[in-house]
Design a protein around this ligand. Structure first.
Ligand SMILES: *[C@@H]1O[C@H](CO)[C@@H](O)[C@H](O)[C@H]1NC(C)=O
Ligand SMILES: *[C@@H]1O[C@H](CO)[C@@H](O)[C@H](O)[C@H]1NC(C)=O
Ligand SMILES: *[C@@H]1O[C@H](CO)[C@@H](O)[C@H](O)[C@H]1NC(C)=O
Ligand SMILES: *[C@@H]1O[C@H](CO)[C@@H](O)[C@H](O)[C@H]1NC(C)=O
Ligand SMILES: *[C@@H]1O[C@H](CO)[C@@H](O)[C@H](O)[C@H]1NC(C)=O
Ligand SMILES: *[C@@H]1O[C@H](CO)[C@@H](O)[C@H](O)[C@H]1NC(C)=O
Ligand SMILES: CC(=O)N[C@H]1CO[C@H](CO)[C@@H](O)[C@@H]1O
Ligand SMILES: [Ca+2]
Ligand SMILES: [Ca+2]
Length: 591
């Protein structure tokens, strides 16, 4: 079967019933999905596991995690039932911005190992049925990249590889060509004495923006994709894509009018000329073509895929998937940061959860596959951000939602933020000002993975680690959670991945969300069948019996949170109160 002959899965979302609003005590919403399951591809129901390589496992005891370390831990990943891993950047880099400043797109940084190590990782992962996705950082290179050096010297062919502009003079004084700001504060323009021109950097000074209006740049970047596809990787996660293109006329951006921001702050301007330009979205569609062409020329029947990182409004986010009618495709999926990251201001609140899930399901065009992201390397860890008492329930909820599940390493054991001081930190923006480090640093969610109770939590053999190992590792670590007879975060995570198999033959699904004070229920009924699965969560600090209608007297407990007294297979007891933050997934007869 050739991939381009495959019709795409339809996860159609048609809202059929809407009653009540968030102000009312009881809110219900029903969705009807139709899934052409015959054609479901591997990634559409997959669990993706984000590995932060520097913090995962250090195989040679030099303090930094590495590719051989990941290879050593593949059995863990396989044991959990994970389908694909994606690695945060491992390319050659001066590490000014934790590898997001790339000096060679086709080589591996020595911190992590060699191209041979990556080959071996691919071989070992594939042998275990695990796919491997690489990060791709197309918005800019490092200023140490050979292209930038060539551009700096106006070497033939490289003159316009980056965005160069002449200064403007105000009262005889040299000024940048416009008011654009860097995401890392201050002007987005840096003066080059060498070229006597400004270059654009939407991020740090050491990260000059590539000029995507130059066809040679586009060709080079597509070649890099092909290089890695030929190498054997299974797809890409595209970093920070909204900033690829800027306004061709270099117009000043209007003021945002936001309160409490200074003129140097990125939020000072409304970024209508530097983010989410039509050309940028179209570029993603072109990258997709590169993948589709590659897939079509393979003799295997699985797709190499692309996922995009976009923190934009919901309408724009959806455009990265492709056109609404599916005639042009973009990313296989674009991260859903809305539901569990951007939207949840009050934390785990029933009405907010209701609204944020609904927002996604109502906006995703019917041809595309949903995805659910709890956390990543840029957010405080889920256990810290949304409360350790909610860890199991959140994993349970994501597991029952239709589509892709994305886990950030450590979420499967409920790892919390680590303890890092400003002096120990690496996050380039946060360490600039130690008085705000605690609020701004992303180092807390990047501390080493907590494997066991040995020295440095088993991350390595005792050498000082790049970021400190969290003191909490003696309580929270994988080894403690492994014994099969304990109801640990990790065992629940594994059960959930297995549980998802009940949806494998789903051709259409009904979804029903109930939210009311202190309670949340998500009901999924595959094939409008007589069997349904209900996630029920007591979002309260007191115990209470489930509301009328949430469960039936013959419901069977399939998965339960670690604080639950139920055993798997128990009949759910309607008169037994659920404990504070207890959650269950029930199999219910819907007749
Ligand atoms: C962007 O593309 C959309 C859809 O093709 C079009 O309606 C809109 O006018 C374009 N915007 C600009 C600024 O070109
Ligand atoms: C696919 O199979 C055909 C026929 O067996 C072969 O000629 C071709 O080289 C194969 N292509 C790849 C990419 O393996
Ligand atoms: C650091 O942050 C504090 C608090 O926001 C601010 O008052 C101070 O000016 C900042 N220092 C620098 C060097 O930016
Ligand atoms: C940051 O947090 C640490 C640990 O809680 C605390 O000791 C330190 O005083 C805090 N620093 C600032 C500047 O608030
Ligand atoms: C899905 O269908 C296959 C093939 O008919 C069957 O073996 C399998 O048990 C089904 N899975 C479920 C969960 O019903
Ligand atoms: C159900 O729970 C109630 C209240 O805790 C208890 O009295 C009763 O014995 C339970 N029923 C069964 C069948 O376990
Ligand atoms: C969303 C975002 O800013 N992503 C990345 C873009 O590039 C910068 C600089 O390399 C990174 O710091 C960001 O994480
Ligand atoms: Ca190492
Ligand atoms: Ca750009």
């Amino acid at each position: 079967m050739k991939l381009n002959d495959i019709a795409y899965c339809i996860l159609a979302v048609t809202v059929t019933i809407v009653t009540a609003t968030s102000n009312e005590p009881f809110t219900v919403k029903t969705f009807q999905h139709s899934i052409q399951n015959r054609y479901l591809e591997w990634w559409q129901t997959a669990v993706f596991y984000q590995i932060y390589p520097r913090s995962f496992k250090d195989s040679n005891n030099d303090g930094d995690g590495d590719l051989q370390g990941i290879i050593q831990k593949l059995d863990h990943i396989q044991d959990a039932g994970i389908d694909a891993i994606w690695l945060s950047p491992i390319y050659k880099s001066p590490q000014v911005d934790n590898g997001y400043d790339i000096s060679d797109y086709r080589d591996i940084d020595e911190i992590y190992g060699t191209l041979d190590d990556l080959k071996e990782l691919l071989k070992e992962a594939h042998a275990r049925g695990i796919k491997v996705i690489l990060d791709y950082v197309p918005n800019h290179t490092s200023d140490k990249h050979a292209w930038f050096q060539a551009s700096l010297n106006k070497q033939e062919g490289y003159e316009d590889f980056y965005v160069w502009k002449d200064p403007v003079f105000v009262d005889g004084e040299r000024q940048p060509p416009n008011n654009w700001l860097s995401a890392f504060k201050g002007s987005a323009w840096e003066w080059s004495e060498e070229r006597q021109q400004y270059y654009l950097h939407q991020f740090s000074i050491g990260q000059p923006d590539l000029n995507y209006r130059n066809p040679n740049v586009v060709r080079e970047m597509k070649d890099v994709l092909k290089y890695w596809l030929d190498f054997g990787i299974d797809g890409f996660r595209m970093d920070a894509v909204p900033t690829l293109f800027e306004d061709e006329q270099f117009r000043d951006e209007p003021l945002s009018g936001k309160a409490n921001v200074g003129p140097e702050d990125y939020e000072y301007l409304d970024h209508i000329y530097t983010t989410d330009l039509n050309e940028t979205i179209f570029m993603i569609y072109q990258f997709r073509q590169v993948l589709d062409e590659f897939n079509a020329n393979q003799n295997d029947s699985y797709s190499r895929i692309m996922m995009t990182e976009v923190y934009s409004d919901i309408d724009t986010t959806m455009k990265y998937y492709g056109t609404v009618d599916g005639s042009i495709r973009g990313a296989h999926f674009t991260f859903n940061f809305w539901t569990f990251i951007t939207y949840l201001i009050k934390g785990v609140d029933p009405f907010e959860l209701f609204q944020s899930i609904t927002l996604w399901l109502e906006n995703i065009p019917r041809l595309y596959t949903s995805n659910w992201v709890l956390g990543n390397h840029d957010q405080p860890r889920v256990a810290t951000r949304l409360g350790p008492e909610n860890v199991d329930a959140l994993n349970m909820l994501v597991a029952i939602l239709p589509g892709i599940w994305v886990t950030y390493n450590g979420e499967e054991i409920g790892q919390e933020n680590g303890e890092v001081t400003c002096e120990q930190g690496y996050d380039p923006q946060a360490i600039k000002n130690c008085s705000t480090f605690n609020e701004t640093s992303r180092d807390f969610e990047r501390t080493p993975f907590q494997w066991d109770t040995t020295v440095n939590a088993g991350f390595n053999e005792g050498a000082p680690t790049w970021l400190p190992v969290s003191k909490k590792y003696l309580e929270t670590n994988l080894e403690n959670q492994l014994p099969a007879d304990i109801n640990s975060h990790y065992n629940i995570y594994k059960e959930l991945i297995k549980f998802r198999d009940v949806f494998e033959n789903e051709t259409e699904t009904s979804l029903l969300i109930n939210a009311q004070v202190n309670w949340f229920r998500f009901l999924r009924i595959p094939n409008s069948d007589h069997i349904g699965y209900a996630f029920i969560f007591n979002i309260n600090d007191e115990e209470n019996v489930v509301p009328d209608g949430f469960a039936s007297s013959t419901s069977e407990v399939i998965v339960r949170s670690s604080n639950s007294p139920y055993q798997i297979g128990d009949t759910f007891n309607l008169t037994q109160p659920l404990k504070p933050r207890e959650a269950v997934i029930l199999k219910m007869n819907m007749r």
